[in-house]
Design a protein around this ligand. Structure first.
Ligand SMILES: Nc1ncnc2c1ncn2[C@@H]1O[C@H](COP(=O)(O)OP(=O)(O)OP(=O)(O)O)[C@@H](O)[C@H]1O
Length: 573
């Protein structure tokens, strides 16, 4: 379906406001035209009456002028109020619509989406859609309805003049903008592409500034930005030139129409077929009646941008959402991987091959393997991020595909290698994991992860603000805060991916000791990805993975004694 048609469907809830706004806009434009026409006529008859010394009735035209002036002012105010309200409502609804559709897609298409691109689309493209009603639909509807009304009104003065005005309005309102559109189409597309590229480069550059400086490629990066920026401004200049040309031609057409009106009407006045006051009335009216089409060149310039933005947004959200999750609530029990085999939708090779693994409730299982062995994939599948084969994974003997995703995420808490901390206070970051948590509970959990001394030394304690992605904390402190978040979830199964990465040996010992003590008490299950002997020693079972397969399993002691690959892995990491 055409993206603009889809967009119109999305705007349907705002239709009453939009139609009312359009109606008021038409009334306002017509009142303005009427006001100038009556004023021209009124000024002329008063001048003629003054010069010839006759009296004229000025009460009626003065009352009409006042009435039209009030309608114009009140109409403009109400129209602006309604049309802007409709626009803001639309903007909010569109953002909500696209965000809610994008959210479930991100875990599946993470690899193919660039966050800066998503940001550019969500911000820039939706802003562009916001123009659709105010700058495209509204002026087009106003032009379509008012041009015949103007023609009809002018035909009472002169049908020839009516034809000239309607023709001029059609040229200025439709022919000229379409011509400019054709001339600018390629450049406009190029400009949209460059603008998006510029945004992506800037966001990426800001995020990787440290690396750019360390690898001494900041200058190269600057040159790239300069190059895109120069091309962007060149396109923009070209488009502005075309726009200026359109504006100049529009004013030329307006003035030519005024001359044409004099050319047509003055001989008629001479011939006695028309009263002279209508000449001034027509001239003033012509100047203002182009208001009906004055925004059409801009509308034609914006329309392709709106079309492209809508197409880009629909393009993302139309990606199929993998069918994951059912209605059954998760209950505590063993987590089982039953001969699980998995291949990413966009991948060729099997990433997991015949995985057979059981994690009994309350037990601690570790997974160890070289980089790329499939450990994170195993965890992500258990979290329900990708669909798996029927009965490939079960919890308490219920197929993962039948389990409610929300309930699954309550049942299992995950601390991945790159857990995110928000630009908020330490307390707020902890409350994200558990909104009901009390200060006492926060202190307890921070004690468990060995962070409480550090927090107590901070002037604002839990109210200390963290920078973006937790900057302001050391790598080890961030890691411990993320661990605290996971522990606050009170989930039945906890998954930790290298939880002590970045910790010194003493802190690591304390954290491990406290963590395992808490797990013993709470009888939570633990699935741990680690290469640290300190933790591996305390596990009930260790799985050794290589190229997507389980190649060995047993306790730390047994594996150390019997498995060369396990020993190599421990030495290697
Ligand atoms: N979203 C994805 N799409 C396609 N292939 C992927 C995706 N994520 C991972 N892979 C591939 O799957 C394989 C296993 O990756 P995975 O991240 O599970 O390994 P890992 O054992 O966790 O590695 P590491 O210890 O380095 O984190 C790798 O070959 C990787 O390239």
């Amino acid at each position: 379906m055409n993206p603009l048609v889809r967009l119109m469907k999305l705007l349907r809830p705002q239709l009453p406001l939009m139609l009312l706004g359009t109606f008021l806009s038409i009334i306002t434009v017509m009142a303005n035209i009427g006001l100038l026409a009556v004023s021209g006529w009124f000024i002329t008859i008063m001048a003629i009456a003054g010069l010839s010394g006759v009296t004229a009735n000025y009460f009626t035209p003065a009352a009409i002028i006042r009435f039209l002036a009030i309608v114009r002012t009140a109409g403009r105010y109400a129209e602006r109020l309604l049309t802007h309200k409709a626009t803001f409502n639309t903007l909010a609804a569109l953002r909500y619509y696209f965000y809610t559709r994008l959210e479930p897609l991100l875990p599946y298409y993470r690899v193919n989406f660039k966050s800066s691109d998503i940001l550019a689309r969500l911000q820039q493209d939706i802003d562009e859609l916001d123009n659709f009603y105010l700058r495209v639909l509204l002026p087009t509807l106003v032009a379509i309805f008012t041009i015949p009304l103007v023609g009809w009104g002018v035909s009472f003065i002169s049908s020839d003049l009516a034809l000239v005005i309607v023709a001029a309005l059609l040229i200025v309102g439709f022919v000229l903008p379409l011509l400019i559109l054709l001339l600018s189409k390629k450049r406009a597309q190029q400009q949209a592409k460059l603008s998006s590229e510029l945004k992506i480069e800037l966001v990426d550059g800001m995020a990787s500034m440290r690396e750019l400086l360390v690898y001494q490629i900041a200058e190269q990066y600057q040159q790239t930005i300069n190059k895109i920026s120069t091309h962007y401004h060149r396109s923009e200049l070209h488009l502005h030139r075309l726009h200026a040309l359109a504006t100049a031609l529009t004013f030329l057409a307006i003035n030519a129409t005024v001359f044409a009106s004099l050319y047509l009407l003055v001989p008629q006045v001479h011939a006695g077929n028309l009263q002279p006051e209508f000449v001034a009335s027509a001239a003033l009216m012509i100047l203002v009646c182009f208001e009906t089409v004055i925004n059409m060149p801009l509308a034609c310039q914006i329309l392709p941008k709106v079309h492209d933005s809508a197409a880009r947004l629909f393009d993302i959200i139309d990606k199929p959402i993998p069918d994951v999750g059912g209605d059954t609530l998760v209950t505590a029990g063993a987590v089982k991987f039953n001969h699980l085999t998995f291949c990413y939708p966009d991948g060729q090779d099997q990433v997991l091959n015949d995985i057979e693994l059981t994690i009994e409730q309350g037990k601690k299982v570790a997974v160890i393997g070289a980089s790329g062995a499939g450990k994170s994939t195993l965890v992500n599948l258990l979290m329900g991020f990708w669909p798996v084969q029927a009965s490939g994974i079960t919890i308490n003997d219920i197929d993962l595909n039948q389990l409610n995703t929300e309930s699954l995420r309550e049942h299992i808490a995950l601390m991945s290698q790159n857990s995110h901390l928000f630009h908020a206070t330490i307390g707020d970051n902890l409350r994200l994991a558990n909104p009901q948590v009390t200060e006492a509970q926060m202190r307890d959990v921070c004690e468990t992860v060995g962070l409480i001394d550090f927090i107590d030394e901070l002037e604002d304690g839990f109210k200390t603000w963290l920078g973006e992605t937790g900057s302001g904390l050391s790598g080890g402190q961030k890691q411990r805060l993320c661990l605290a978040q996971v522990l606050l979830r009170n989930a039945q199964v906890i998954i930790l991916d290298e939880p002590t990465k970045g910790l010194d040996r003493r802190s690591e010992r304390t954290v491990i000791h406290n963590l395992f003590e808490q797990l013993e008490q709470s009888q939570q299950s633990l699935l741990l990805i680690t290469h640290k002997p300190l933790m591996l020693q305390r596990m009930d079972k260790i799985i050794v993975m290589d190229e997507g397969r389980i190649v060995a399993e047993g306790s730390h002691k047994t594996l150390m004694e019997t498995n060369d690959y396990y020993r190599t892995l421990l030495n290697y990491f």
